[in-house]
Structure formats: structure tokens, C-alpha cells
Design a protein around this ligand. Sequence first.
Ligand code: MSP
Length: 677
Amino acid sequence: MADKKYYITTPIYYPSDKLHIGHSYTTVAADTMARYKRLRGYDVMFLTGTDEHGLKIQRKAEEKGLTPKQYVDEIVAGIKELWKLMKITNDKFIRTTDKQHEETVQKIFKKLYDQGDIYKSEYEGWYCTPCESFWTKTQLVDGKCPDCGREVELTKEESYFFRLSKYQDRLIKLLEENPDFIQPASRRNEMLNNFLRPGLEDLCVSRTTFNWGIPVTFDPGHVVYVWIDALSNYISALGYMTDNDADFKKFWPADAHLVGKEIVRFHTIIWPAMLMALGEPLPKQVYGHGWLLLEGGKMSKSKGNVVDPVVLVGKYGLDAIRYFLLREVPFGSDGIFNNEALINRINSDLANDLGNLVSRTVAMIDRYFDGTIPSFREPGVFDEDLINVVMKTPVEVERLMDELQFNLALSEIWKAISRTNKYIDETQPWVLSKDESKKGRLAQVLYNLAESIRIISVLIQPFMPETPEKIWEQLGINDKKLVEWDTVKTWGKFPESAKVNKGPALFPRIDLDKELDELGKIIGQRSNGQAAAEKKEAEVKTEEKEEKQAGMEKETLKENKEEVKEEKQEDYITIDEFAKIDLRVAKVLEAEKIEGADKLLKLKLELGDEVRQVVSGIAKYYKPEELVNKYVILVANLKPVKLRGVESQGMILAASTNKELVLVTVEKVIKSGTKIS
Ligand code: MSP
């Protein structure tokens, strides 16, 4: 296992406020990755934590009449609670106020100073006395402090500087030679073109204007600049420069630092330069993800319940929130967070696609076989395609997860879910159940469904900490060895003896109207007209979607109640009506183009002793020579017609989408003319 180790980090969060759902985004993504790697047998180190120093925190604490430490302690406790609620499986939680971290930062600072990478000089800037802040000329607003709008003065302050400029060429080389170091690629270009190539200046890395920071040991009036302090967490947490550095030796360099796009700069310029100066290896990848935005713009805690992860998880459930965060937005892009999209995802992807698949399957195994699928089985048509689609899924999921493409990995899993739902429609177990001679086929169909769900339940584990267990409970899988990651690579592990247990719906449907009403109240802060219009628009969209879903759900419900017979009578034909269609197996003897008609081919078909001529609109999809000797299905009693002057004595069957057309054929060679019933 030595080489199968994986170190992933989130940024460490400012405890200046409670966290909103946007903050949870990075942590949920990192947790999903950590879970995934553990499932694949990696020894994982997953680190998160809090970034607790700086003037902002000092001020907030003063406002509340607390010491900075008292102030952060309370907020950090809340953050830890939140991660517990979201089932975040971090292996360590670092606080920059931890003694070990502070000492490591001091050692790093001293080492860099001793070797000449940090030097003392003067920092010149525009100083706002009431705010105790330095600003550069470009940061000023109308020549005044951008924070409080008061006068500023040009001031000089003694400071320590890090020789960032010295590392410029090596950093450019790093980015040019390692295209994967920064992901997505657009952020790499931004770093190169906007920061590195124009030239780097040395970085001011100490402050004397406030004291809530880590003191510079050899010059105690100075505290270490928060970013030097914060970035060091990734190695101080592993025991770097301590006697207890086994984790550092084992896990460094990090495999992935996940960070929001606005802090990519610190992680891909300052951090590698610090590591170069320290002579340590560089992280393998910095992934700069996008922001989750509200429709009105940036997310902030002041937006209230809408963005409060505790409220959202309480209301919609943890797995639904985690699913939404990773499914809705491609990792790397910005995305909009809104209740309507969230509820639609829950109702359609979770309640309808996954939830119904599980409940229908469990209900059918329970009803038709008293809970256990018999071992007498009969394979049949549709099985192969189902198995092919489901077995391809893990390969794709693994590839996409290694690229941190969470939304695409989920979309692959949902393709398998859709294929499995379609298999129910194709095989119609409720019809098979009516015929004693089809029991073997019914058993096979239900086994295939259960097996497909087993594979899906394993694949969703990294994303959803709660649902897989619930599925195993309902399917009657007790042996955890049958749901280990590698079991998805073999079809047929669903245990013979499993007895299913009907359980509650995995994802109860949410009443969208009610939720939108509540949302209406929240967005009521804006003009009533605007809120009402948005609500109306949302309702119309939702109605359309719900109509589709209702169609699907109605079917499930009725089927569960064994009301198949009454189901939408008007859509059915009777067996007698079907018997009126004379379907025959036919062998293609000849095929040729019809002059002046791009789409048509003229076919000569053998139908037992008879030969028929049929015109078919398949010229764009099949070459005439490909068709000869193929066995096709002919509607033999269709009234003859003339197409482009050529008589067609029947029609051959094909499956078509708007992109392709595929001829229907027989599974094995059978005498032409054979009737299909
Ligand atoms: N303390 C620094 C990080 C230091 S890492 C050595 C910091 N903290 S933060 O609390 O402001 O942000 C932490 C992370 O949350 C950042 O990666 C940031 O991009 C992310 N997010 C904050 N709001 C977000 C959204 N609305 N959407 C997605 N991510 C968001 O920066």
C-alpha cells in the first residue's frame, strides 16, 4: 500500500462568520474525493481547518468585547459541528492558533530569514490610522481609505520581505512544464499572463500595526503575514519541522489542494515559492474551483436561511444537498444556487430516478417472490444491453473522478440508473408475473435489477454517505464485502439468498409549491412584482417538469398496487389488435439505390418461398451491400404503396432517434418467413 497514498486539502476557513453553503462546496468536494480514494484502497490524509489570525478577526473580537481567541473558539466549534453534520471525514483539523502550527511557522520564517530569502526593509504605503491599514495607491477610492472613506497618509513601516521575485523564473517554468499543476487550464493562463510574466515583486511578510498573529521570534514587534501563516498549515499539520514528522514524510507532497478561484494566486505563486525556498517538493495539483452564486450575486451569510447549510441539510437531507452541490455545477465553473434547481434535482434525479428504481424493485421482489429471488432464471433480450451499460459505468466514473469531474461522474452513474429504469419498462415484470411459464424470466429480470442497483449503490458512496446503507438494508445485502469498490467490476455479485425489506422512500418528493411560497417570502425583500414574476416563471417550468414526472410516478404507484390492468386503457391495444399485424422474418436478397431519391433503398426480400419488394428510407444509414443477407422484420400485411414510383410491398422495422436509425433484426438466424408473435 506504500505508494497508494493520497493527500488532499481544503483551504482553511476564516472563522470571521458562520459558514454558508458556498464554503461547504469545497469541503464536500474534498470529502467526496477522500472517500473515493479510501474506497479504492488508498491510505488517505484529508485535511481541513481554520485560518484564525489577522486584523479582521481582532477587530470583530473587540467589537464583541472578547479576546480574539475567545471569539474564534466559539466559531470554530460551530464549524466543526457543521462538518460533523455534513459527514465530512477529515483526518485532521488544523487551527492556525494550534501551538504546533505557530511554532512551525516561526521556524519556517526563521529558516527563510537565516538563508536570506526573507530580509528586513521598509514598506511604503498609504496608511489609514483609524483602520490601521496600509493601502496601495490603486486600492484607494478617490484618494481615500476604501474601508472607511477617511484621509490616508503616505507612511513608511519597517517590514520583512520574502524574495518572491527570485522565484519568478522557476515558477514560470513550473507552470509551463506542468500543465496539470493548475486546473482548470484557464486559471493557469491567468496566473502566467496576469501575474508571473509581467513580473513579481518581493512580498511584505510581516506586520507591526496589529498583534493578533504569530510573532516573529527574533523581532517580536512583528507578526507574520496571514498568508505565510495560513499556507504553512498544509505542512505544519503533518508535523513538518517537528520530531513527530512521520505524516509529513509519508504524505507530502499533497496530491491536491482544492481552493476557490480567488485564492488560486496564493496557492500557485506564493506557496510554491515558499516550498522552493524551503527545498521541499511541490504539491502535485492546485484545483481552482468556481463559486456558487445566488441569483442576485455573491453569496454571503447575510442572505439568511437560503444559504445556511445547517438549515438546508435539516430541510432537504444531507445526501440531497451533497448531490446537488456536486451535480449541478461543473467543478471549476461558477454556478447558481437556487431552491428551485435544488428541489427539481431532488424530485427528478433522486426521488424519481433513483428512489423509485429501488422501491419498485424491492416491491416487485417482495410481491412476486416473497422477498427472495429464486435461482431458476431465464436470460432474455434486453439483458445484454443493460449489463453492458452498467458495467461500463465504473470505468468512466474512475476516469472522471481522477480528473475531479464530479458532475460528470454523477451524470455517468445516472445514465446507468436511467438504463435500469428503462429495463423495467422493456421487460414489464408485472406482465411476466401473470404467466406461470415466465417465472424464470421474471426471476432473471428482478435479479438483473437488484444487481444493477447494487453496483449503483457502490458507485454513489463517495458522494452520498447515507443512501447506500439504506439501499443495502432494503435489498437485504448484509455482507459488506459484496459492496466493496472492486465488486462493481464483476456482474452477478448480488447474493442469491438476499431477502429484501421494504422500507421508506429514499428521497420523499418535495412539495414545490409550498417551498416556492416560502422562497417567495424570502425574496419578498425585493420588489413584490419581481418576486411574483419569478415565482410564476418557476411554477410554469415546474409544472412542465412535474407533468413528466407525474406520468412516471403514477405508473410506479399503480404498478405497486397491482393495478396494471386499469393503467391508461386508452394507450393499450388488445392482443387481438396486435395479432392483426403480420410481422415476419425476412432475408435481404438484394438492395439498391433508387435514382433521384437520396433517402430510399429498394430491397428484395425473401419471405419463405415468396419474394417481396420493399422500399425503405434507410439509405443514409446503410449502404446497399451491407444489407444483403441480413435478417430483418417485415410488416407483411401493410397496404402496398408506391414511393417515387416504385412499389413497396410492406415495411421493415427500425429503431430511430433523430440522429440514427438501426434496423431491427433477429437474435439468431431463423428461417425467413417465420411469423413473429
Ligand atoms: N482563509 C483563506 C484560505 C487560506 S488557505 C491556506 C480563505 N478563507 S475563506 O473562508 O474566505 O474561504 C475558504 C474557501 O471557501 C475558499 O476556497 C473560497 O473560495 C470558498 N468559498 C467561499 N465562498 C464560496 C462560494 N460562494 N462558492 C464556492 N466557494 C466559496 O480564503
